[in-house]
Design a protein around this ligand. Structure first.
Ligand code: DC
Length: 234
């Protein structure tokens, strides 16, 4: 099994930016597990959102989710169609959080995510990577930040993409989604007992990434010659 770095935490805690930066520095695969749930939710929203586990699992079984292109801005393909931008809409965030609560869906998507580790080292981000998907990961990080900082970050990100959303709406959506992700019975969001917890509220990104990279490189199993910057893959 290849070396794995897991980065878990609530929305807008800085997981994606950190995971991408580490993957890029090391030339390792970047695994965005939220993109799987988002793509499946998008399909569900288009076809009629499944209301129970069996229907949601059937939908997942009939779905193909793939990644292609530049890892730092990987394209997400849903049944062969590029949905990279569509899956970032706020209503898809909500749908992803809902469909992710179905145990059958999780079992299947976790299986797809684990396959990737058989081939090469990777840096993955999500909610349950350190606890469920890769419990034996070499390095586990849990990023968090205070809710107001996270709401402002997400608001800036969405308005920066041209979406007309208020900070109040972002704050409310985020609170509801985090609450659902934390309280579901299957694989709830929580730090693994052996995760390093980082509060990113006042941290600048460069330091955050440097701290994470230092942890990775210090690990006894870190592959010699493992740094191949600029060769990150999605
Ligand atoms: O990381 P994200 O915002 O793209 O994730 C969208 C939703 O998908 C999130 O609210 C919960 C779900 N998710 C999950 O349950 N497990 C993961 N490993 C990743 C995401």
């Amino acid at each position: 099994m290849s070396f794995v770095v897991t980065i878990d935490g609530p929305s807008a805690a800085g997981k994606s930016t950190t995971a991408r930066a580490i993957a890029e520095q090391l030339g390792w695969r970047y695994l965005d597990t939220g993109a799987y749930y988002r793509a499946l939710a998008l399909k569900g929203m288009r076809l009629g959102m499944p209301a129970y586990d069996e229907a949601a699992t059937r939908l997942a079984r009939e779905t193909r989710i793939e990644f292609s292109g530049d890892p730092s801005r990987a394209h997400v393909l849903l049944d062969g169609v590029d949905v990279t931008d569509a899956i970032r809409a706020p209503d898809v965030s909500e749908g992803a959080s809902r469909i992710a609560a179905f145990p059958g869906v999780r079992r299947l998507l976790v299986e797809w995510q684990r396959i990737l580790r058989e081939r090469e080292p990777l840096v993955g981000e999500g909610r349950d990577l350190g606890t469920v998907v890769f419990p034996d990961a070499e390095v586990k990080l849990y990023l968090d930040a205070d809710p107001e900082t996270r709401a402002k970050r997400r608001h800036a990100e969405l308005t920066g993409r041209g979406l007309a959303v208020t900070l109040d709406a972002v704050r409310a959506d985020m609170r509801a989604r985090d609450e659902r992700d934390r309280s579901r019975s299957d694989s709830p969001l929580k730090p693994a007992t052996d995760a390093t917890v980082l509060d990113t509220s006042g941290l600048d990104l460069a330091r955050q990434v440097a701290a994470a990279l230092a942890l990775v490189r210090a690990h006894p199993s870190f592959p010699k010659g493992g740094d191949v910057p600029g060769r990150a893959r999605a």
